[in-house]
Design a protein around this ligand. Structure first.
Ligand code: ADP
Ligand code: MG
Length: 728
């Protein structure tokens, strides 16, 4: 009998919720208590340094050494008061996680003792010995080291005994080796380009912010059960497991009452998140059993992204306090929904206007349409790139699986906005003449009443307009949102720049400003029509239609990554100053390599489990059946024994057929891996893994799952889906 499985199942049933004592303080009191925010900057910095730092944060003013020293001193004072003993530069290498290297504040005082020190120099820059972070060859080629540099726009915070300073991570030669550096550049590019376009409508705008509100989906699994599943432990997903008879058919989990053990985890997580200044707001059960969601109030994109990375780390930590493991993998279980991370994205001005929201006046609405159309155009031109920005070995299981957006980027607009754009496109210039207020009579007069209904939803769309923002739904649950956000913001920045140039040219030629804008919008609406799709993204008709429309329909992840190196992508990234060709090439090397490694690990784990768990237990059960057959023969006359054992003989044969297939396929897979590993080119290697290894994983799994149905439950060593998904 399988001892471990039954022991962990029993233990899981007995677990009680780890109650989180209600805080005596209201959330508003402890919100941000662990963050060196403006309030604390004001309190701990000299007046002059405070003013300079704020100028640097708000207006990108350069930061002098004196201010850095004063900031470091203030930060240290605060951190020591909070009980911190260490500090770290906190950065986002291309591994998708975060990295930190802690140093104590202590230094020799020259008199045989110690003092606690933290200078501006240490705040601004560090050189982590980071030679083993992925860099796609940049640091080898340039023989340059990497260093981390302070990002003052994202506030420092304390985790445990450590002051964490958000930083970018770059090579000495300037190439970025992380996600934050290009994200900041993309945000700056979209700020500049959008401010320029805003000036057509509103001269006061000085800054445009990019906003991000992410919705994090995740699974919780009992820690004991998790530990008894080597595949979950090593790959983050189950590589085998027959569907549970009941899973999500009844849709009884979605928005249902949150189970008590889970509720305590959520409370604990929320308190810690609020202390770190993460404005968590929404929590609920998701569609699949044991699947949940958490969402904060949206924030400026760079900060929101830091907060998402921080919360993923918090979830990993706090889940263990409650006897759970959190699964952030996009598809931990076959047959039930996977997890995504919808990125709600919009642009807004320092004057408080949301640029993707309709307004009250005709000008407001023209501004609204201008931004929406430019976004659509950017998404149209760069649809392949945007898909690449959310693609990974893990997200590949989710996309196109009739539960998540298809692997084709299109945009849902809803009936009202579609009608407005249609109308603008089809009306002739005369009717749409906006010269002078009275010229707005016909069409624009109707637009002020625009109440874009955000209940008009389409869950199958990867990039949906939802009233005052777009929701990029294709992003995976484990991803660093920066990947998608930097591509999107850069693409929109580039498009807005083109728009501005064309409209300015028309104005220079003597056209009235609004006529020039409308002319150009009409042209753009026509040009990017192919991206607009309000229908069912899961349908086969859409796939056929999308091919006809010329949208990118590639489904192989290694090939999807090619979009980063298309001329249009390189040109866009270079002209917005976000990334150079060299950086893009290096990043793709990392992407292909990571893809290969992930599949390679899965193949090894599956091979091991098949040989060490599955085949032995199936054979053992088969032997007991064979034993039974022989005994039947002893007991009964031959003819009767044959009859009575006929079903067992079938099972014996069945098991043999499955185990033979599994063994052969595992051998075949080992050989295919050996062959693929010899390929030196990372792209080719990833393609080989995709084309040959991935289908084998599926084929082997199929036979293992069949065995699970016939082998004696008492002998089955691995926790089953019904246990993983329903015990909480
Ligand atoms: P849903 O119905 O999709 O779950 P929610 O109202 O829960 O929508 O919002 C999802 C996320 O979108 C939240 O983080 C929310 O703060 C964010 N959000 C709302 N408005 C905007 C906006 N204009 N820009 C960016 N994010 C936004
Ligand atoms: Mg949503």
């Amino acid at each position: 009998m399988s001892k471990l499985r039954f022991r962990v199942v029993e233990a899981a049933f007995e677990k009680k919720a780890a109650e989180v004592p209600a805080s005596t303080e209201r959330p508003a009191t402890y919100f941000g208590s662990l963050v060196f925010n403006r309030q604390k900057m004001f309190k701990y910095l000299p007046e002059k340094a405070y003013a300079k730092l704020i100028d640097c944060i708000d207006n990108n003013a350069p930061l002098d050494r004196e201010t850095a020293n004063a900031t470091a001193a203030g930060m240290k004072k605060w951190a020591l008061e909070m009980g911190a003993t260490h500090y770290t530069h906190w950065f986002h290498p291309l591994t998708e996680g975060t990295a930190e290297k802690h140093d104590a504040f202590v230094e020799h005082d020259g008199k045989g003792g110690m003092i606690e020190e933290f200078s501006g120099k240490l705040l601004i820059q560090q050189e982590p010995d980071a030679s083993s972070f992925p860099n796609g060859g940049i640091r080898n080629t340039f023989e340059a080291r990497g260093y981390s540099a302070w990002d003052p726009s994202s506030p420092a915070f304390i985790v445990g005994d450590t002051l964490c300073i958000p930083t970018i991570f770059i090579a000495y030669t300037g190439e970025s080796l992380d996600y934050k550096a290009p994200l900041l550049k993309a945000l700056e590019a979209v700020n500049k380009a959008a401010v320029d376009v805003c000036h057509y409508f509103n001269e006061d705008v000085k800054k445009v912010y990019s906003y991000l509100g992410w919705e994090q989906e995740y699974f919780l699994v009992d820690e004991g059960l998790y530990a008894a599943r080597p595949d979950l432990l090593l790959t983050g997903r189950t590589l085998m497991g027959h569907e549970s008879s009941k899973n999500q058919q009844l849709e009884d989990h979605y928005f249902g009452a949150i189970p008590t053990r889970v509720m305590e985890f959520m409370k604990d997580l929320e308190i810690e998140a609020l202390k770190l200044g993460i404005p968590v707001k929404t929590r609920h059960n998701e569609v699949a059993p044991n699947q949940f969601e958490l969402a904060p109030i949206f924030e400026e994109c760079n900060l929101a992204n830091d907060h998402n990375l921080l919360i993923m780390a918090l979830m990993r930590k706090i889940s263990r306090k409650h006897g759970f493991r959190v699964l952030l993998h996009e598809k931990p279980f076959k047959g039930v929904n996977g997890s995504g991370k919808h990125n709600n994205w919009s642009l807004g001005t320092d004057t408080g206007i949301l640029l993707m929201a309709p307004g009250k006046t005709p000008e407001d609405n023209l501004r609204f349409i201008t931004f929406v159309v430019n976004v659509l155009k950017a998404v149209y031109i760069h649809n392949a790139l945007l898909k690449a920005s959310i693609s990974s070995a893990t997200n590949a299981h989710r996309l196109g699986a009739n539960e998540a957006p298809p692997a084709i980027i299109s945009s849902f607009l809803g009936s009202q906005l579609s009608a407005v754009l249609d109308h603008l496109e089809k009306s002739d210039s005369e009717n749409f003449n906006l010269a002078g207020k009275q010229g707005m009579k016909l069409d624009i007069a109707r637009i002020p009443e625009l109440q874009i209904d955000n209940t008009d939803r389409n869950r199958t769309s990867p990039f949906a307009f939802t009233g005052n923002r777009f929701e990029f739904r294709a992003v995976g649950s484990s991803a660093n949102c920066a990947s998608a956000m930097l591509a999107l913001n850069a693409a929109v920045a580039d498009q807005l720049k083109h728009f501005k140039t064309t409209v300015d040219t028309k104005i220079a030629e003597g056209k009235d400003k609004f006529t020039a804008i409308i002319d150009q919008l009409r042209k753009d609406i026509k040009e990017c029509k192919a991206i607009h799709f309000d229908g069912n993204g899961y349908s086969d008709e859409w796939k056929a239609e999308a091919i006809r429309r010329g949208l990118d329909c590639e489904t192989s992840v290694p090939l999807i990554f090619d979009a980063y190196l298309k001329d249009s992508s390189v040109k866009m990234f270079e002209s917005t100053g976000v990334m150079t060709r060299k950086e893009l090439e290096a990043r793709n090397e990392v992407k292909w390599e990571t893809y290969t490694k992930k599949i390679q690990i899965e193949a090894r784990v599956l091979g091991d489990l098949a040989m060490n768990h599955i085949i032995p237990m199936a054979t053992k059960y088969q032997s007991s059946l064979i034993d039974n057959v022989y005994k039947m023969k002893d007991l009964f006359p031959t003819e009767k024994a044959v009859h009575l054992s006929s079903k067992n003989l079938e099972i014996i044969e069945d098991i043999a057929n499955h185990t033979i297939f599994i063994k052969e396929k595992v051998d075949e897979m080992v050989n295919a891996r050996k062959k693929a590993n010899k390929i030196e080119n990372e792209r080719e290697k990833a393609i080989a893994y995709h084309d040959t290894i991935v289908p084998m994983l599926e084929a082997i799994r199929y036979h293992i799952d069949k065995l699970e149905l016939v082998v004696d439950d008492q002998m089955w060593t691995l926790p089953k889906y019904r246990e993983l998904l329903f015990i909480r």
